[in-house]
Each structure stands twice: as structure tokens, then as C-alpha cells.
Design a protein around this ligand. Structure first.
Ligand SMILES: NC(=O)c1ccc[n+]([C@@H]2O[C@H](COP(=O)([O-])OP(=O)(O)OC[C@H]3O[C@@H](n4cnc5c(N)ncnc54)[C@H](OP(=O)(O)O)[C@@H]3O)[C@@H](O)[C@H]2O)c1
Length: 96
């Protein structure tokens, strides 16, 4: 991957997603990360506190059960890493 490449990581605040974002930012990539709720201070703070996040990380709100949510986050990205996964799939319910 080339530096300055835009990468989208869905489920950005997940265990693996947040670690990947940390590594991508360290290496100079631009990252678009999705979370279900941008109003969650602990998850947003975790990501916004990463080195280089201020200039290279953009957060988007997106839920698997509303697929159209992801369009803006994915737009312009050359790579999408799909980490967002409901623990248990219950159609129409994102609060699991
Ligand atoms: N951890 C492992 O050891 C392991 C091993 C093999 C494979 N994996 C796979 O790797 C991926 C990440 O695993 P993880 O353990 O890092 O996950 P995790 O910490 O349990 O986090 C789950 C993520 O899924 C998101 N999510 C849940 N429901 C969602 C929905 N309806 N719409 C959008 N996002 C939703 C959560 O978003 P919010 O934070 O916004 O709620 C969170 O970012 C998963 O696909 C998992 O199956 C993990």
C-alpha cells in the first residue's frame, strides 16, 4: 500500500479495527473509520487520541442494518477493511 492512500475501516472502534487504524495512521495512511454512534465518547476518544488522528482520521456513523450509511465513508477509498460485525445477527436490530 502507498502512503496517503485512503483506507476505510468499518467497525473502527473494535478491538482489531482500532489496532489496525493505529498502525495505518502510524504509517501515514488516511483513514475513514465507521462507528455506529459518534456520540459515544469512549469510542470516539480512543480513536481521536491516536497519533496522527487529528490530521489523518475521519469518523463516520454507519450501521450494518442501514447499508446506505457506508457510502460516504467508503467514497474515495482504495481499500475497505470490513471489521464491523454484529455479535449475533438479528435482522433489523443493531443493538445487540
Ligand atoms: N477478536 C478476535 O480474536 C477475532 C478473531 C477472528 C476474527 N475476528 C473478526 O474480526 C472482526 C473484528 O473483531 P473484534 O473482536 O475486533 O470486534 P469487537 O471488538 O467485538 O467489535 C465489534 C465491532 O462491530 C461493530 N458492530 C456491531 N454491530 C454493528 C452494526 N450493526 N453495524 C455496524 N457495526 C457494528 C461494533 O461497532 P461499534 O463500536 O460502533 O458498536 C464494533 O466496532 C469481526 O469480524 C470478527 O468476527 C475477530
Amino acid at each position: 500500500m502507498e502512503k496517503n492512500m485512503k483506507v476505510c475501516v468499518t467497525g473502527g472502534a473494535s478491538y482489531l479495527g482500532s489496532y489496525l487504524i493505529k498502525k495505518l495512521l502510524e504509517r501515514g495512511y488516511i483513514v475513514h473509520a465507521t462507528l455506529r454512534n459518534l456520540g459515544e465518547p469512549s469510542k470516539v476518544g480512543l480513536l481521536k487520541g491516536l497519533p496522527n488522528a487529528e490530521t489523518r482520521l475521519e469518523l463516520f456513523e454507519a450501521d450494518i442494518y442501514n447499508p446506505d450509511d457506508f457510502g460516504t465513508a467508503i467514497h474515495g477509498c482504495e481499500l475497505v477493511v470490513h471489521m464491523a460485525t454484529p455479535l449475533q445477527h438479528q435482522p433489523k436490530n443493531s443493538q445487540v
